[in-house]
Design a protein around this ligand. Structure first.
Ligand SMILES: Nc1ncnc2c1ncn2[C@@H]1O[C@H](COP(=O)(O)OP(=O)(O)OP(=O)(O)O)[C@@H](O)[C@H]1O
Length: 721
């Protein structure tokens, strides 16, 4: 350009050149020769105009060329010059025209090239725009799907949380139901135990209920197991749900990161195509994760649905069980009400029974007499004459006995009960069981057997312990006491029992439960050595205490049996040592009963004295001398003391000679006050014993005629003839 400007003549061509055109021409890469070269070299240049390639024309040049023709007037020049000038001009014009053509072609090709380039650029731009819009739309779709997944997951999470809460509520309600059901079970069990033990009438029903309860327990335990299984599954589900939630949170975090990246990506999308690819792959991976999580969620939902169904089933079974419980509860409540009514009735009945029983006993008299006739033994068989008969009149039936002597004289006696030789131990006990029961009611009861030796006193009182049917009144009474006391436990009664067994021989007490028991002479010696006098004391409550006497706490009839066996052994040992002395000693079994009712706080203290007295032969009949005579005198002394006491009590005398004998001193509280006494008068029906039998019956009839505890002498039923 500088070169061109340097070569341009200042006056020939206008020096004004469009710099824009120059720049444009420069841009096109063209090389131009200045017009001056055309003007100056027009005459020398080839006619073919090859120079035109090197000559450059501007607009001003062309205009100047055209104007040149106009400025020079044709009139002022000669013709040849004019022609030269014209040729020159034409030449220059031709060059100019050729240049113009060339320029035009060049421009054409450049325009075409530019247009093509522009088209290519446009196509490229269009393609790129298309690609970008596709990518953006893809990204938008991905984002919207991710958002949808996010929303769905949130809603599913909420549903899962709600389900979980429901499950938890169900679980807690089930647990509380279970707890209450367990408590109800425990209560029912206890109540059932009470019901079973208390009422015989409800035993069968209770058994049935127990069976039902057992089956219920089984079903309940099954339900518990099922519930535990469900709880485990719920725990697993919870864990899985937690995992899922963690995954979801992680996914959410990743999604947030993706979102952030997406935002960044949108901002710099033109520069970050490669990043977009990476993100797309990440999104794909995330989508894959999402879809796998979705599958997991679907599986879990299925599981949850199954568990929910199971739970519903369990709920239904629990509901059924609960309904059954309720039914059973209602039945049990009704039964309890009935039971309470019955118990109330029983308590009231028991009170009434005691009252009536006491009234009956009082009406019968506080001292009653039963007569028992011993059957003929093998050794008596030689004696064919039966001296005993039983009146059959209505008022005497079962109560009268007639003793006939050889001379034909008859002695009629009436007692509260007469047992003939056929009466069994059971028959006899049936008649005294009510009296025995009084001891549990808090009365002092004394039952003793009186009669001559061999008349059946020991048989009646002790019986034959080896044969159950032949047990005497002592074991039978003690067994009944224990049985009844146990059945009264249901009414709140708790009894404490103490037993002592002693023997009185020749006014000496022998402790038959002591581990050092031996013969009476030895006993006397031991007593003096050990300072054991077995002194009898009565406290202000009317309780008798024999100092140093062995008193054993007993809880069952079996314990008493073994104690009685022990006492019998010691007694039989004494029997061999002391020449059959036991038939001449009083055998006293004392049971002290202390009862407390937990419900009513009532307290009772009863005493049951069961005594097998020594034989009551008359001295003349026994024909005894020496020691035997002394024994007989002692026996007679104590027996006559007994009768003296009874008659003094009957007459309400100021002084009752209780202390005249050990026996009466011992039995004092059981003979006075509102105590109840029963005397068995045992007689033999053989001819040889008739005198002794008559004596015994007369004594018994006198006793039968009195009423202890009051001045009243009972209306006379009987009196020996
Ligand atoms: N009801 C009876 N049935 C059958 N046997 C009897 C009956 N009563 C007494 N015996 C028998 O008569 C015999 C004498 O009876 P037991 O020993 O009881 O008389 P006891 O009055 O106690 O005499 P002791 O005063 O000497 O002790 C015994 O062999 C006994 O088995």
């Amino acid at each position: 350009m500088a070169h061109r400007n340097q070569n341009r003549p200042p006056g020939n061509h206008p020096n004004k050149k469009d710099s824009a055109e120059e720049i444009e021409a420069d841009k096109m890469g063209r090389t131009r020769a200045p017009l001056t070269a055309v003007v100056n070299n027009a005459s020398t240049s080839n006619t073919d105009g090859t120079e035109s390639n090197t000559i450059e024309f501007t607009k001003e040049d062309i205009e100047a060329l055209l104007n040149e023709k106009m400025k020079r007037g044709m009139a002022s020049l000669d013709h040849k010059k004019k022609m030269d000038q014209m040729v020159d001009l034409i030449k220059r014009l031709k060059i100019c025209v050729r240049w113009c053509f060339n320029e035009n072609e060049k421009l054409h090709s450049e325009v075409e090239f530019a247009v093509k380039k522009c088209c290519d650029t446009e196509i490229e731009m269009y393609n790129k725009t298309e690609e970008l819009s596709d990518t953006i739309s893809n990204m938008r779709n991905t984002i919207s799907s991710l958002e949808e997944i996010n929303v769905k997951e949130k809603s599913e999470k909420l549903v899962a949380i709600e389900d979980n809460m429901k499950l938890q509520q169900c679980n807690s309600s089930l647990q509380s139901d279970l707890k209450s059901a367990n408590e109800a079970y425990r209560r029912l069990d206890m109540e059932k135990t009470i019901i079973v033990e208390s009422l015989n009438a409800t035993r069968d029903l209770n058994k049935e209920l127990q069976d039902r309860l057992k089956s219920l327990k089984d079903s309940h335990s099954e339900a518990i197991k099922h519930k535990e299984m469900l709880a485990k599954e719920i725990t697993c589900l919870r864990e899985e749900l937690k995992k899922l939630m963690d995954d979801r949170d992680r996914l959410q975090g990743q999604l947030n990161a993706v979102m952030l990246e997406r935002e960044k990506y949108i901002k710099f999308k033109y520069e970050t195509y490669s990043k977009l690819d990476k993100l797309a792959s990440k999104t794909e991976a995330l989508e894959n994760t999402c879809s796998s999580q979705k599958e997991k969620i679907t599986l879990l939902e299925k599981k949850l649905c199954d568990e929910r169904k199971k739970l519903e089933m369990a709920d239904l079974s629990a509901l059924k069980t609960r309904e059954m419980f309720e039914e059973k509860k209602n039945i049990i409540r009704e039964l309890q009400d009935q039971l309470a009514d019955k118990e109330f009735q029983v308590v009231e009945g028991e009170k009434l029974r005691k009252k009536l029983h006491n009234t009956i006993l009082e009406l019968k008299g506080n001292i009653r007499v039963f007569c028992r006739v011993r059957p003929l033994l093998r050794e008596d068989r030689s004696e064919t004459n039966m001296v005993v008969s039983y009146p059959t009149s209505i008022e005497m039936l079962g109560r009268g006995i007639e003793l006939g002597q050889n001379a034909g004289q008859k002695h009629l006696f009436t007692f509260d009960k007469v047992f003939n030789h056929d009466a069994s131990q059971h028959d006899v006990f049936t008649e005294i069981s009510q009296l025995v029961q009084s001891a549990l009611d808090g009365y002092k009861v004394c039952i003793f057997a009186y009669g001559q030796t061999g008349s059946g006193k020991t048989y009646t009182m002790v019986g034959r312990p080896d044969a159950p049917d032949l047990k005497g009144m002592i074991p039978l009474s003690l067994e009944q006491i224990f049985q009844t006391s146990q059945s009264l436990n249901d009414q709140g009664w708790n009894y404490k029992m103490q037993v002592s067994v002693l023997e009185i021989y020749n006014e000496t007490i022998k402790d038959l439960l002591s581990n050092r028991s031996s013969g009476f002479d030895q006993t006397r010696a031991e007593n003096s050595v050990h300072g054991k006098q077995y002194s009898i004391r009565h406290d202000k409550n009317g309780n008798t205490h024999v100092l140093d006497l062995t008193i054993v706490d007993v809880c069952s009839a079996a314990e008493i049996s073994s104690l009685l066996e022990k006492a019998a052994q010691i007694r039989s040992m004494g029997r061999t040592q002391m020449n059959e002395q036991s038939s001449r000693s009083h055998f006293v079994v004392t049971l002290r009963i202390c009862g407390i009712n937990e419900n009513t706080e009532q307290q009772v203290q009863g005493v049951l004295n069961l005594i097998d007295l020594a034989g009551s032969e008359r001295l003349s009949r026994s024909g005894a001398t020496g020691d035997r005579l002394k024994e007989a005198q002692a026996i007679n002394q104590s027996l006559s003391c007994l009768s003296n006491v009874i008659f003094a009590l009957a007459k309400k005398e100021d002084h009752v000679p209780f202390r005249d004998s050990k026996l009466t001193h011992l039995l004092q509280p059981s003979l006075e006050g509102d105590s109840k006494t029963l005397m068995f008068v045992n007689i033999s029906q053989d001819q040889s014993s008739i005198d002794e039998s008559l004596c015994s019956l007369r004594f018994a009839a006198r006793v039968n005629a009195v009423k202890l505890g009051s001045q009243t002498v009972r209306p006379k039923h009987t009196q020996g003839a």
